[in-house]
Every structure is written in structure tokens, then in C-alpha cells.
Write a protein that binds this ligand. Sequence first.
Ligand code: GMT
Length: 374
Amino acid sequence: MKIGIVCYPTFGGSGVLATELGHALAKEGHGVHFITYDQPVRLDLLEPNIYYHEVNVHDYPLFDYQPYELALSSQMVETVVAHNLELLHVHYAIPHAYAAYMAKQILKDRGIDIPIITTLHGTDITLVGKNPSYRPAVKFSIEHSDIVTSVSESLRSDTIQFFNVSKKIHVIPNFIDLSLYDGEGCDKGQIADEGCCIVTHISNFRPLKRTKDVIKIFHGIRQKVNSRLILIGDGPERNKALDLAKSLGLEHDVRYLGRTSEVERILCMSDLFLLPSASESFGLAALEAMAARVPVISTNSGGLPEVNIDGETGFLCNVGDVTSMADHAIDILTNTELRVKMKKAARRHAESFKLSDILPQYEALYEQAIGHKL
Ligand code: GMT
């Protein structure tokens, strides 16, 4: 199949997932065309069957806001025509599903019927999408996509509730390439002394990730356990979190690594992963940790209970309950039997999200979409 993928190219779960999906499809022999405003962070342009088409938004002094959706729709039209694409798969509803609808109408005028598959990822529904400024357009684009998928049961039910849509929403959970986490010989000595536990957090440091809670939880852990906190990612709350660490006297125990590409290596050395988000449709970072055999302490919000199983692969607590999160973390780090059990369970559960099980689900929907063309 010849597939167009539209996603955000930035350091975020939806873009990462879309890029990994494109790579996996390309390995199966499909032609995969990425249509984005910048090269997605994990996209390898040298891989066979991978193509990249940049959306160019021109600055014009009349506009306070550049019309990105217009440029995106136009680029979708150009790419579909030039490369005979058979379908467009857009990740994140805003504004991708809306721009895809416009591209579909323009192509219809030229006698081309292109199916649109929209994958909902989270804040496009739970936070941004239901804002009155966007709601009608998001609802319309969901209802007018040929096929809609969501990354968790929780996100599907939020979508139905917030938008009152009758459209069928297929749940296809996010996936993981387990082979990336099978590396042997993690040299923990590079970041900590013998006997020191490594606690890790990865996110885009947006307010909903509650990164200050990460510091508070670690503060509780540090009082009882010889440990170090590794922070990966970047975003608006980074300095607030690091300032809090300093004010709690933790500056020597917290190591900030920024936008490192060494995620698998760091997870391999980790003993515990923290994800205290206020909302999370899935929690791809938690799944990555579990694939690396790292137990997870997370909140019980959104789709997290579908990924992290309370008492088995880690623990789930209420949003903001940093005391319980720290207590559970101390249990895991000080009770070897529990830790070993949870490490095994984390990996076992991560295996139920393996790429080879999830990829055919997308391919089946693609075939269905192409088969139902007018
Ligand atoms: O979590 C973020 O801030 C990034 C966001 C995105 O759109 O890139 O992540 C969303 O999509 C991920 C991939 O499906 C999910 O794992 C995240 O849970 C989801 N984030 C939220 O729902 C907050």
C-alpha cells in the first residue's frame, strides 16, 4: 500500500508512535510518506520505502497566525496526486483530521477518493479538543473520518462522552518494539555508585505531567533509600521542577539529561519509573519502561490502568497523592522479592503490546478503508 502519515514531528508520544508505525509499515514493504512541517525526531530517512514531504508555511505580515491547516491540506493533496497514495493516516485530531477532511474534498473534485484514518492520542480530545474554540471542528472531523482509532479504551469512552459521537471508534493500543529493550549489560556505574537505586522520569514537562510531583515523590524516596533521580525530556515546567529539587536539597541526587536519544540505555539501568500525570490517555513512556523490565508508579488517570497493572507491574495512586506514591516506591526499592516479581510482570505485560500483534490491526483497517472506497 502507499500510505501518507501526518503527525507532529516533535518529542511527544503521538509523533513517536506515528514514526515507529511508519518504519514498521515500510519494513513490511509499504511505501510510507510522512507529511509534516519538520522531520519527525525518530524518522530515519535512509530507510527503504520512507519518504518525507515538508509542509511549508510562508510568513506573511498580514497574518498574526499563519494558516498552517491550509498549507497542510495543500501538501496532502500534492503528495497524494504525485505519489498515488491510497490512504492518509493522521495522528492527533487537531488540526490534522480537519486538514485531511479538506484535502479529501479537494481531491474528490479531481476524481480521487482518498480514505482518511484518524488516530486520537489524548489531549486532542481530553484537553484541547473539548475547548469550545475547537469542539465543533474536532467533532466534525472525527465524524467525517472514514475510520477512527483511539489508543485506549479510556480515550474511546472520553471521546464518545465529550463529543457525543456515534462514529465507531476502534481501540488499537500503542505498541512497543521489544527488541530495542533486549540489550544486555547495562553499565549502571556510569550514572550511580554500586547499591544506589535509579529512579527515572521521561516526559515533555508540560503542566499535566506534574513534574513537581516527581520531585516530591523522589524527596520521600531519598529520605529512606540511597537513590538518584534521572529526568529525561524538556518542556515548560523543567526549571520549576529543577528549582524545587534544589530547594529540597536534592540537586546532587537529581540528574537532568534533557532530550537525550539514549532512552533505552537509561531505562535499562533504572529500578523504578515515575509517571504522576494528571491525565494520560495511554502513557507510552510507562510502556517503554515496562518493556525494559522497570516497575512503574503512576496515577490511575485516563488509560494508565490499561498499561500499568496495580500491584502487579507497579502501583497506581490518585493524582497528587505523592505520599502514597513515595511509600509504594520505597516498598519496591527495598523489597527485593517484590521488585524482582514486578520487573518480570512489567516485561510480561509489555509483551502484550508487541509491535507484531498491533501492526496487523492497522493494516487490516487500511485494507478495509481502501476496500470501501466509492
Ligand atoms: O503526553 C503528551 O504530552 C504528548 C502526547 C502527544 O500527543 O504526543 O501524548 C499523548 O499520546 C501518547 C501516544 O499515544 C500517549 O501515550 C499519551 O498518554 C498521550 N498524552 C496524554 O493523554 C496527556
